[in-house]
Design a protein around this ligand. Structure first.
Ligand code: AMP
Length: 350
């Protein structure tokens, strides 16, 4: 039995991959009737830090993992206090949960990140703009995703208003990165330290939300090698077990900066579901269960397109399109921008 904290689409696709290999999954998720609950063996509907639910997870699951990085980090300690195995561990979760901690950690391990400053007050924003401006991106330190909790600061005079726009919360101010492309690398590490990396994908965002991933990205061999080296360094530094998603900015000169990492399977790795023999979900299951890691070479070039909100209502048309492999997450209601499914389109490798 594998425990998964979080019952969204990532938990659902993890449960499907686990079932294929003969594992059962217990999902812990506060929302009833979540996407994962309808495909997994057992669901516990409770807050992530519910002591009784965590005890039950620890008692019944041989390993516990996460599809969502914002579970309170002490939850990992509670699980471990009950002798549960958690993968990835506390360091990865706690580091990913705070953008300042994350960038400081990455930099300390020799990885390049955007220039940044920690922010506690509007005055801090104004002061940091002198170094990071003329234009810089203000992000809440915690709990931001899909472009939420972020705002551009348009010069020092905008400092106070910008800080108010993100709710006056502890934040990070980042220099604007003049990237030419956004890339990501999905990689896995096992309990023995073995690592497997998928080819780099190119990501296209709109309004902070991922729209499209094209993989393998058309990058030079040097850039691909650099992306893989970044993933390896991150996995080793975190003593990580499982699949990680590392988001990168490619600069004009071919250099890469790390934007952030997600300590879980990642939306930009959904192309592997139809593009690889072993997809990122199976790879994660393999890694945390101590199985050999699977092959990561691409069998096809894939364009993955997210179906956001009411776009999923096109399912009948997409189902009739022989070039589209359709994945729907079984969410009961569509909302503007909500991830409802995705489509993978395959082409021969170029
Ligand atoms: P994040 O939540 O950090 O992944 O940011 C969401 C999106 O905002 C990224 O995918 C980029 O498109 C953009 N972005 C984030 N940080 C920066 C930055 N420092 N400079 C320019 N664009 C950024």
């Amino acid at each position: 039995m594998i425990g998964v904290l979080g019952g969204g689409q990532l938990g659902r696709m993890l449960a499907l991959a686990a079932a294929r290999l003969g594992f059962d999954v217990t999902v812990l998720e506060p929302e009833p009737d979540c996407p994962a609950s309808r495909v997994c063996a057992r669901t516990l509907t409770a807050p992530y830090d519910d002591p009784a639910a965590l005890l039950e997870m620890a008692r019944t699951c041989q390993v516990v993992t996460f599809e969502f990085e914002n579970v309170p980090a002490p939850v990992v300690e509670q699980l471990q206090a009950h002798d549960a195995l958690a993968a990835p561990g506390r360091l990865a979760l706690a580091t990913a949960q705070d953008r300042v901690t994350e960038k400081t950690f990455l930099r300390a391990h020799g990885l390049a990140v955007a220039d940044f400053a920690p922010i506690a007050t509007a005055e801090d924003v104004a002061a940091a703009m002198a170094r990071l401006g003329p234009r810089a991106l203000l992000k809440t330190r915690r709990e931001g995703y899909d472009g939420k909790g972020q705002t551009w600061v348009e010069g020092p005079r905008d400092a106070e208003a910008a800080f108010a726009r993100i709710g006056g919360r502890p934040a990070i101010l980042e220099a604007a990165v003049p990237f030419v492309r956004e890339l990501s690398v999905i990689a896995a590490r096992g309990w023995g330290g073995e690592i497997a990396c998928y080819p780099v994908g190119q990501n296209i965002h709109r309004d902070g939300v991922l729209r499209t991933t094209r993989a393998p990205a058309q990058v030079s061999a040097a850039t691909a090698a650099q992306a893989e080296a970044i993933a390896r360094t991150t996995l080793q530094a975190l003593d990580y077990v499982g699949v990680i998603g590392v988001e990168l900015f490619e600069l004009e000169v071919g250099a890469l900066l790390v934007n952030e990492f997600a300590p879980r399977v990642h939306n930009s790795g959904h192309w592997t579901l139809d593009g690889c023999e072993v997809d990122q979900f199976e790879q994660h299951v393999r890694a945390i269960c101590g199985w050999p890691l699977g092959p990561t070479q691409p069998l096809a070039a894939v364009e993955m397109e997210n179906l956001l909100g009411f776009e999923a209502e096109q399912w009948a048309k997409l189902a009739a399109d022989p070039s589209a492999r359709l994945w729907l997450y079984g969410k009961r209601t569509a909302r503007e921008g909500r991830k409802m499914g995705h489509v993978n389109r395959l082409k021969p490798l170029g």
